[in-house]
Design a protein around this ligand. Structure first.
Ligand SMILES: [Mn+2]
Length: 341
């Protein structure tokens, strides 16, 4: 932590960048880092992101944090900025940086990437369930009083990223969670966990449920246009809750990108390896043992090509799960054999 303060110059603006379509963990971590740096006397610190914050829970976190967020494309003269990446690593396809920029620091909990090793400061802890836990440890080691709204957001981030500490939650995550509980606002927490849902969300949810199919212990849904990119992850999480299902997948497009999310209840699995296998060539992917996601640019002008690309992902997923002998696979994917409802 002290080393981070050493690599930052107080003369240049500081830009904290989170991954595209930031989730609660990215939002809370970035805000906590901004708070720490401000406490330390650093000035001119902004948080940047690219994509969309569409999920109602994530919008609720944003409301509580009250942190101003800016779009990466609007960074004025980026070459004068010092970039710090939070909850992601550079050149992974999951974060947008201005051309030719090398960050000075990375704080993350995903698998360590080669490019990250070259940076002046890195704190990457893949065994942590949430990046927010790392930031919580910074705050407590610096003996900084954590404001209520930040405690609520960090706690919710740890809980949502690890499904209430049941999925990939380490001891450090549990400790942070328990300690944050005594500092947060329960009414804020409740508003974040149970936000009002838009009618548009409900109609997309029903579309997803009607189109979901399953085969043995695998459940999936192929969506057309997603209401927002995170919807794929949200549906993969939801479908995995169906009894006897141990693998789930949701895919769909948003603008010119195909998004794929997979989930498993098997804590000995390697979802991040599987997602790499099933994505089209040139796609970006990442994840952990039980959750993973990928994205690939797609030309939507040819609908049959889009459909073929989607089917290909499902076929490869079936293969990865050793279901090589699935009869009438396309009928299955079109939901004509084993519909969920
Ligand atoms: Mn995270």
């Amino acid at each position: 932590m002290e080393k981070l303060f050493e690599v930052i110059k107080n003369t240049d603006p500081i830009s904290i960048v989170v991954h595209n379509n930031p989730d609660p963990d990215a939002l809370a971590s970035a805000t906590a880092l901004r708070f720490i740096l401000m406490d330390r006397g650093f000035k001119n610190i902004r948080i940047y992101y690219d994509g969309l914050i569409g999920r109602a829970e994530n919008q609720a976190v944003l409301k509580i944090l009250k942190a101003p967020l800016f779009l990466t494309v609007n960074i004025p003269s980026p070459e004068t900025h010092q970039f710090i990446l939070v909850d992601c690593q550079p050149f992974t396809g999951n974060v947008t940086l201005p051309d030719g920029i090398n960050p000075i620091a990375v704080i993350d909990h995903h698998r360590l990437r080669k490019a990250t090793c070259q940076l002046p400061f890195r704190d990457v802890r893949p065994h942590y369930g949430a990046c927010s836990t790392i930031l919580y440890e910074y705050l407590s080691s610096l003996k900084i009083d954590i404001p209520t709204h930040l405690a609520t957001s960090l706690c919710y981030a740890i809980s949502s990223e690890t499904q209430s500490l049941g999925r990939e939650g380490s001891r450090a995550d549990k400790k942070a969670y328990v300690e944050l509980l005594s500092r947060l606002s329960f009414s804020q927490l409740s508003r974040t966990q149970y936000p009002k849902l838009s009618r548009d969300f409900v109609s997309n949810l029903s579309r997803a449920l009607l189109n979901a199919f399953y085969y043995k212990n695998f459940i999936g849904v192929v969506m057309e246009e997603l209401p927002y990119p995170d919807f794929a992850a949200q549906m993969a999480d939801f479908l995995l809750r169906v009894k006897n299902m141990t693998w789930s997948l949701c895919l769909g497009t948003f603008k010119d990108v195909l998004y794929v999310s997979i989930r498993t209840t098997n804590n000995k699995a390697d979802a991040s390896r599987i997602i790499k296998k099933i994505m089209p060539k040139g796609a970006a992917s990442g994840g952990h043992e039980m959750i993973a996601g990928g994205q690939a640019k797609i030309d939507k002008s040819d609908r049959s090509k889009v459909r073929a690309a989607k089917n290909e992902v499902i076929i490869k997923m079936m293969r990865a799960l050793n279901f090589s002998d699935v009869p009438h696979l396309l009928k299955l994917v079109r939901n004509e054999i084993f519909p969920l409802s």
